[in-house]
Design a protein around this ligand. Structure first.
Ligand SMILES: CC(C)(COP(=O)(O)OP(=O)(O)OC[C@H]1O[C@@H](n2cnc3c(N)ncnc32)[C@H](O)[C@@H]1OP(=O)(O)O)[C@@H](O)C(=O)NCCC(=O)NCCS
Length: 165
């Protein structure tokens, strides 16, 4: 298994790479689940250059995931007082199912442990079956469900999942 690196997104150039990865991955992965109109709305509101910069200013940590072949994807976490919230974990389609996700989860667990945290939580769309299955394999359990109005007639229909570490 090839070892991968996690590069903290600190400057505009890296934010632009992150946005480009989000554009490609979200359109490919979420269009069948959410439809193109909602994907475009969410990309504009959550993963534009400005939106990512704003989240980083609020304390979110974005990391690009890199191997010798280039960028594989990205992740984002929010380290809270009681838990680490895994906000984003996205690999390009061609790099899925090769244990890179597991390496990313190990990295995220390391971040949580460094802060003395004992729990990782996340939300995942209820219809994102492949990712729910991967998270189960990573040791996450479904702990609840939530529907969130995100405006313009769109909503997020999610499971909450968490893992004790
Ligand atoms: C979810 C994601 C990060 C998982 O990473 P990954 O590198 O593909 O997963 P891994 O190769 O490390 O696999 C981990 C485990 O999940 C299982 N798994 C992975 N994809 C699966 C799938 N589509 N169906 C069933 N099981 C799956 C693997 O078999 C493996 O199990 P094992 O350890 O028992 O062999 C990645 O697939 C991805 O980016 N998906 C699309 C974007 C997305 O939806 N992200 C989550 C948003 S909340």
């Amino acid at each position: 298994m090839e070892k991968i690196e996690f590069m903290l997104v600190t400057d505009e150039k890296l934010i632009v790479f992150t946005q480009a990865l989000a554009d490609e991955i979200w359109r490919e992965h979420y269009q069948p689940i959410l439809g193109l109109a909602q994907v475009e709305y969410m990309l504009k509101n959550l993963q534009s250059k400005e939106a990512i910069s704003g989240q980083i200013r609020e304390g979110y940590l974005y990391y690009l995931i890199k191997s010798s072949v280039g960028w594989l994807g990205y992740l984002a976490v929010n380290i809270k007082a009681e838990e680490l919230f895994l906000s984003k974990l996205y690999l390009l389609r061609q790099y899925r199912g090769k244990s890179y996700g597991r390496q990313a989860i190990n990295f995220i667990e390391g971040l949580a442990k460094l802060k003395g945290l004992k729990k990782i939580s996340l939300t995942v769309n209820r219809h994102n079956a492949s990712s729910i299955e991967a998270y189960r394999k990573f040791g996450f359990l479904i702990s609840g469900a939530q529907v969130q109005d995100i405006g313009s007639g769109f909503s997020m229909d999610d499971y909450l999942m968490c893992k004790a570490i």
